[in-house]
Design a protein around this ligand. Structure first.
Ligand code: NAP
Length: 413
């Protein structure tokens, strides 16, 4: 009976461990990636006959691991008789969305760690990155239902970089301790978020993070790098010797598209505001067009691929600039895209939409470019997880150049 009560109490608190002789509660604070400091411990007053039951309840766990040192501290306070080497907890710290609303309705709290299937790996997140999609998920607007499950409370965020903590029974080629990066699926069935300590992902949907690349760089490259690569190479069919125009070349996707088009051997033109022209030139653009002064349709040369990373143009607007066999690729569905796709059926020029997919091969390619210094994520600013609402507000303001990264765990020494 007492055991049942104790188990119930453990379930209520979401984490804990059974000991001999002692019943106590501990408050755990200021946890880094692996270690916790126990701030407060006290006898637990449960209306139970617990003489023969022994329980430690961990009231607030913000890491799924506590080590012997932390528990030694606990034992000092609580007179525990036995200290385990490690406690597995099933909860994690995360940025939590309870309902759609403004950015400041987000909170940082604890929630169940994601469950894992046999073909998945559990990744301890060291860094994440902000995307415009996060704002859509928070507000519930602009197609949010197609990129995240409407199930609350939920963690939010897509991009991550971290270390494999557990490997499913059917997984081959990934082991505990591997450094990996990627992004959660942009799908109406995705119930996870990467602004959290843990994510579980299909093993074939992550790339290897090279040792010389920081977790922040890797996380900030994942979605935007794959979108640019899949948009230019797969949808656009961009080849060496061709010319690509990147509309919105200073943004997250655009800044990667400029660099990746160069890696594919193309000449690159980019549009940007005047303030970002030098930045886009430094990324490798041969020509930068101020979109506030020069409308795309007035350009005087032929292009093979137009990637509209800003989603402000249309196939109708640029088709006159495309060579025969050329392609216009955009990033969001719209009526004008549908019209463009229909009219491209009667044309030698193509019109399409890229919907980014997380693939190990593409992420590995990105990782190699990052490690070689051929492509870089321009991180405008890095925020600790505790400042997530500030980071999202900065993203919303549109004033960033490149990407915003989010750091989890302890800051580097
Ligand atoms: N389909 C997919 O799989 C997929 C994947 C990733 C992202 N997306 C979507 O693609 C969009 C862009 O994502 P992102 O991460 O690159 O966004 P971002 O980082 O906010 O970049 C947007 C860029 O657009 C530029 N811009 C603004 N108005 C413009 C105009 N009138 N003409 C030309 N450029 C203009 C801005 O440049 P300046 O600062 O120089 O003004 C800014 O750098 C978002 O809506 C996102 O949700 C879709």
């Amino acid at each position: 009976m007492a055991d049942c009560h104790a188990e119930h109490a453990l379930r209520e608190r979401r984490s804990g461990v059974v000991f001999d002789q002692t019943v106590c509660a501990v408050r755990v604070v200021n946890l880094g990636a692996r270690h916790g400091r126990i701030e407060q411990a006290h006898q637990l007053e449960l209306p139970l006959r617990l003489e023969r039951v022994s329980v430690v309840l961990v009231e607030r766990v913000t890491s799924s691991r506590l080590d012997g040192e932390a528990l030694g501290d606990c034992a000092q306070h609580c007179h525990l008789t036995r200290i385990p080497q490690r406690i597995e907890a099933n909860c994690m710290r995360a940025v939590i969305l309870d309902r759609n609303g403004p950015i400041d309705s987000l909170r940082i709290g604890e929630m169940d760690a994601p469950s894992m299937s046999a073909d998945e790996i559990l990744v301890r997140v060291h860094a994440a990155a902000v995307n415009p999609a996060d704002l859509k998920v928070v507000s519930g607007k602009d197609g949010a239902a197609f990129i995240h499950a409407r199930k609350f409370p939920t963690a939010i965020g897509y991009d991550f970089s971290g270390v494999v903590e557990k490997v499913g029974a059917n997984v081959r080629g990934r082991t505990v301790g591997d450094e990996v990066f990627g992004f959660l699926p942009y799908s109406g069935t995705n119930k996870q978020g990467s602004f959290a300590e843990l994510v579980s992902v299909k093993a074939h949907a992550v790339g290897v993070k090279p040792g010389g690349v920081s977790h922040e760089q890797a996380a900030a490259s994942a979605t935007v790098g794959c979108t640019a690569l899949q948009g230019l190479r797969d949808k656009g069919g961009l080849r060496a010797g061709q010319r690509a125009l990147i509309n919105g070349a200073s943004g997250g996707v655009g800044s990667f598209a400029v660099q990746i088009a160069r890696q594919l051997g193309a000449e690159v033109w980019g549009t940007a505001s005047a303030a970002n022209a030098d930045f886009v030139r430094e990324l490798g653009a041969a020509r930068v067009i101020d979109y506030r002064k020069t409308p795309l349709r007035s350009l005087d040369a032929k292009l093979d691929v137009v990637l509209d990373a800003a989603v402000t143009s249309s196939f109708q607007e640029v088709r006159g600039l495309l060579n025969a066999g050329g392609a216009y690729v955009t990033l969001l569905p719209s009526t004008s895209l549908f019209v463009g796709m229909v009219s491209s059926l009667f044309s030698s020029k193509r019109c399409g939409l890229v919907m980014v997919k997380s693939r190990a091969a593409d992420l590995d390619q990105l990782g190699q470019w990052l490690a070689a210094g051929e492509v870089r994520a321009s991180i405008d600013e890095t925020f600790p997880l505790s400042e997530i609402t500030t980071a999202l507000s900065v993203q919303e303001s549109g004033s960033i150049r490149g990407k915003l990264a989010i750091r989890l765990g302890e800051p580097p020494p």
